[in-house]
Design a binder for this molecule. Sequence first.
Ligand code: PEP
Ligand code: MG
Length: 328
Amino acid sequence: QAEAEARERALPARTRDGHAVAVGANVNNPEQVPFALDQGAEGVGLMRTEFLFLERGDTPSEDDQYATYSGMLKALGGRPLIVRTLDIGGDKQVAHLNLPREENPFLGVRGARLLLRRPDLLEPQLRALYRAAKDHVAADAPTGAHAPLSIMMPMITSVPEVLRLRAIAEGIRAEIGAPYVPLGIMIEVPAAAIQADVLARHCDFFSIGTNDLTQYALAIDRQNTELAPEADSLHPAVLRLIHMTCEGAARHGRFVGVCGGIAGDPFGACLLAGLGVHELSMTPRDLPGVKARLRGAEIAALKALALRACEQEDAAGVRVLDAEGAAA
Ligand code: PEP
Ligand code: MG
């Protein structure tokens, strides 16, 4: 029985009509990797590096970070790993960084905006990542969706941010002599989703952060418990932004992942696959349910479902499609 379940968890998330969706886990340290693989992860679609800073009372050194990233690469044995550079600010405050207090931290110096202002945070992190790439990634390793290491920048709003971050990263890579590491961006601000076709020229892949994309699209603080029931990532406005992101990426042949909470919801995963998302990354324990649901679906039906969902008036209307079994 247990063996049969383990075999099922290891099956790919391939729909009945043969469309494969890549599935990854959101994992922050090497110790969590074996459990994620056992749950059926094919890689790590989001490593939130804030946790390196939050779990301790001081700033981890470049060498500390190198050890963690190397540990992740070793634990994954060549499976894809997407490391997100520091996303501090908003809900992720780090006391020992002594950052200025802001009235509206979610609309403030957060993610990429902080990285560009604080080379003392960005540069050691990038050096640690490229050193890990140099030591643990083969020079002829794939550079697309199957790259053993990719770097992803959080809270991107504009093209100049991407160009500046890429220039800094490539400068450090050249200095270290590391192999090419794909550079992607989080799509979690509506402006980025709307301009996805333009941003796609300048980066290798997208990962949609539906937690923040929902917050910023619906103007609901993601920590506001009073409004939590309304902060639904299946709101048609959010789905339309996801659709725009996939279409913008497709124009330039870029792959699109989703690493926000909705990727771990079986019905949400069906909608995302139908909208054109290639990879879903989630909490490890959500993997078996999502994979089983996708295996029972047909991509042609999911595409039709996704279009119907985008036409609904509200999130409740989208959820009715699940109750009707439209994704079966
Ligand atoms: C998101 O915003 O959906 C996301 C994955 O990033 P985080 O939850 O870390 O902000
Ligand atoms: Mg986010």
